[in-house]
Design a protein around this ligand. Structure first.
Ligand code: PLP
Length: 358
């Protein structure tokens, strides 16, 4: 459900007053600083961008101590969103005899890329107590996979995998495989990134996006961090990196303004945390079970019946919630919206779960 209807390009219109908490978008939209950067950039839009994209790559490189400058090959690339480079990171490292090892449940783009490359996605269940990735079981799953895919915080559970666990996997994985860490929801958490492992020259690719905390899902901007040789391998998938299309200068200007806005991340992290905590208290008060430990803008609630039924019934109440994963068929994923949107969620949820009143 939601604007994309599950498939790129498909647009299934929802009634205009529908509360949309289905796609882990940010209801706040772009920051004021990003909006202010838009018009000056647009005025320069008659020319190919020689300013905003390099400035954004320079800023992010400086923030993470990555080499950048004349004569240096960048360790980070800027794309229209992170989904494109995620595909390239996955597909340039897996092949029919080099499968993908991922978590379960996880963001479906991993398994989907494996299907495209005609290889297996070995789904390793998350630890059922902590809901973190079980890196030991992932390592034991195959002797020589092409890649391990870790989403941190995970989508759809919002749960985190401690940095030590990821470092352990990087340290112990077989030579020739890469660890792909998808940090799309990272800013909502209180974790420490593994981007430093990229600077340290490890077999790691990290993805980041402006679609989540920065509120720019429709604007399209995201990063891939990796050793230059790992980034260069992307070309084996697309023939040319440019096939993805270079980022618009407007998106680059908005990304740059967001990165240099010091207040944005801490403020939005707190706003999300407060609304998430409030919603989880509501679920506890009404004795609904949810997956604990979310450090993202989503949570999963157990609806004790096929999740799809509740998803459909909620839509009747004009609240579009997220989808269901095969590993957790009685759970639905819900995105954290505004406090007002979450009140609408609560009202609709009680109505749907308690059945029609007599
Ligand atoms: N990775 C994860 C875990 C996601 O949930 C998403 C989008 O929901 C993406 C990547 C891709 O997002 P985008 O292409 O907008 O950066």
């Amino acid at each position: 459900y939601g604007r994309r209807g599950g498939d790129m390009g498909e647009f299934r219109p929802l009634p205009p007053d529908t509360v949309i908490i289905s796609s882990n978008e940010n209801p706040l939209g772009p920051a004021g600083s990003a909006l202010a950067a838009m018009m000056p950039a647009a005025k320069k839009g008659g020319r190919y961008d020689k300013e905003y994209m390099p400035a954004t790559i320079q800023t992010i490189s400086e923030q993470f101590g990555l080499p950048y400058g004349p004569g240096k090959t960048p360790f980070v690339r800027l794309y229209p969103g992170s989904g494109g480079p995620l595909d390239m990171a996955l597909m340039s490292n897996i092949s029919p005899d080099k499968p993908l090892v991922c978590g379960d449940p996880t963001y479906e783009q991993g398994p989907r890329a494996a299907a495209t490359m005609k290889t297996k996605a070995i789904m390793v269940p998350l630890d059922k107590t902590t809901w973190k990735y079980d890196v030991k079981a992932m390592l034991a799953a195959h002797p020589s996979p092409g890649a391990y895919y870790i989403v941190n915080p995970n989508n759809p559970t919002g749960t985190i995998t401690p940095r030590e666990d990821i470092l352990w996997l990087i340290q112990n994985k077989p030579a020739g495989s890469v660890v792909i860490v998808d940090e799309a929801y990272f800013h909502f958490s209180n974790q420490e990134s593994v981007i430093d492992q990229v600077a340290a020259g490890k077999d790691v690719i990290v993805l980041r996006t402006f679609s989540k905390i920065y509120g720019m899902a429709g604007v399209r901007a995201g990063f891939a961090f990796g050793r230059p040789d790992l980034l260069a391998k992307f070309e084996t998938v697309t023939a040319s990196d440019r096939q993805l299309g270079s980022i618009s200068l407007i998106a680059a200007a908005m990304a740059h303004a967001s990165l240099t806005d010091k207040d944005l991340v801490p403020l939005r992290r707190k706003i999300n945390r407060d609304t998430l905590d409030d919603t989880l208290s509501f679920l506890e008060k009404h004795n609904y079970k949810y997956i604990p430990g979310s450090q993202a803008n989503m949570f999963m609630v157990d609806v004790n019946r096929p999740g799809r039924e509740v998803q459909a019934a909620m839509l009747q109440e004009k609240v579009a919630i997220g989808r269901v994963w095969p590993a957790l068929p009685t759970y639905v994923r819900v995105t954290v919206g505004t406090p007002v949107e979450m009140k609408a969620f609560q009202t609709a949820f009680l109505k749907v779960m308690n059945g029609p009143s007599q």
